[in-house]
Design a binder for this molecule. Structure first.
Ligand SMILES: *Cc1c(COP(=O)(O)O)cnc(C)c1O
Length: 396
């Protein structure tokens, strides 16, 4: 069996999105900035794509700026808010300890520029508390940035409540919604979101394209200077095939949202309960307030890396922590932030499902993982010490 269970890292493209892109390589290939007819046909397609995405998010088309993906959108959102703060003499930013590195590393850069950063605790369930945001807000706070859904443990944050608090205090509110767009219902106006990042390849669209929503009146700072594309805020000839593919993928995902969720939830919950039957295993992140396709567990006494390699041999593509942190030996900052000790955080496994996964695949994954965990524990000196009582279990 070949099973793809790493949809939080990236997704397979939807056939409808591929079809939508094809004409833009060799038929409608004009530059949207050109005044001739081929250019104008391209410009129309560009604005049509913007309109489609705006409708699914509940914003105006003019509030969307196309980018090269989620990382660029996160960088531009934070650096723009920081520039606004500098102009007003406000140099305090609030975020959370479980953000993606596209946010955390940008905050590091801003710290060197003199900003003070407060990171909200995500607690054991992986969710920040609005009352703690209320306490952290200060007169010099310019921005709050809290992700919509976490890429590792899938937890969904109380975005509407956070947005409402920020709006009441006149503080900008950004959310990295890269894991959420196309997977849960979002309306930027109803949820008081000022800035939102999204990326096509996380919802069955093409890689290397995304968008930043910035509420009307928010002045963006350019990361790339040059031509007047994207109303002067993001230079460079638009990647029209990818933008059209992104719009088609989002329209499809939004149209199938309820159906997909109804299909995914029982698969996710079956997988979680099957894995929790393995002794000394714990679920990471809230059991209910999580993305419909996200499963993340820690097994005591094993190494996540060896687990992944053995699962790969059984045809299962999964992840330990996030793709960006695997490859380094540091355990995931998200798992550490929710209080998992180092030795446990190393034994983590993330399975992120799509609508294409089947009940048969779930059953195969449960039995394969059970087998591989038992095999690795059989070779582990840590596991032997635990069993002989020379060490105590972290996971009961
Ligand atoms: C994938 C991801 C990003 C980065 O998006 P890219 O399009 O790959 O640059 C940022 N934030 C989150 C939460 C993500 O999952």
């Amino acid at each position: 069996m070949n099973i793809y269970a790493d949809n939080a890292a990236t997704t397979k493209m939807s056939p409808a999105a591929i079809d939508a892109m094809l004409p833009y390589f060799d038929k409608i290939y004009g530059n949207p900035s050109s005044l001739h007819s081929p250019g104008q046909r391209a410009a129309e397609a560009l604005e049509q794509a913007r309109e489609t995405i705006a409708q699914t998010l509940g914003c105006g088309a003019k509030e969307l700026y196309f980018t090269s993906g989620g990382s660029e959108a996160d960088n531009q959102a934070l650096l723009s808010a920081a520039a606004i703060g500098e102009r007003k003499g406000k140099k305090h930013i609030i975020s959370s300890s479980i953000e993606h590195h596209a946010v955390l590393h940008t905050l590091e850069r801003l710290k060197k520029r003199g900003f003070e950063i407060t990171l909200l605790d995500a607690h054991e369930n992986g969710i920040v508390r609005p009352e703690e945001l209320a306490e952290a807000l200060r007169p010099d706070t310019v921005l709050v940035s809290v992700m919509y859904a976490n890429n590792e443990i899938g937890t969904l944050q109380p975005i509407s409540e956070l947005g409402k608090l920020c709006r009441e205090r006149g503080v900008l509110f950004h959310t990295d919604a890269v894991q959420a767009v196309g997977h849960v219902k979002i309306n930027v106006a109803e949820e008081n979101i000022d800035l939102l990042s999204l990326s096509a390849h996380k919802f069955h669209g093409p890689k290397g394209v995304g968008a930043l929503y910035a509420r009307k009146g928010i002045v963006l700072t350019n990361l790339i200077d040059g031509g007047a594309q994207e109303r002067g805020k993001r230079a460079g000839t638009e990647n029209l095939p990818a933008i059209v593919g992104m719009a088609a993928a989002l329209r499809e995902a939004a149209g199938q949202l309820e159906e997909a969720t109804a299909k995914l939830l029982p698969l996710r919950d079956r997988l979680i309960s099957g894995l929790l039957e393995i002794p000394h295993t714990v679920l990471n992140g809230d059991a209910k307030l999580r993305l419909p396709g996200n499963v993340n567990v820690c097994f005591e006494g094993i190494e996540g890396e060896s687990l992944l390699l053995l699962l790969d041999q059984k045809g299962i593509a999964a992840s330990s922590g996030s793709a960006c942190t695997s490859g380094s030996l540091d355990p995931s900052h998200v798992l550490l932030a929710i209080g998992r000790p180092h030795e446990i955080a190393h034994g983590s496994l993330r399975l992120s499902l799509s609508e294409e996964n089947t009940p048969e695949e779930i059953a195969y994954m449960i039995s394969s993982i059970r087998e591989v965990v038992a095999y690795l524990r059989g070779m582990s000196t840590v596991w032997r010490d635990l069993q002989e009582g020379k060490r105590s279990y972290v996971i009961q």
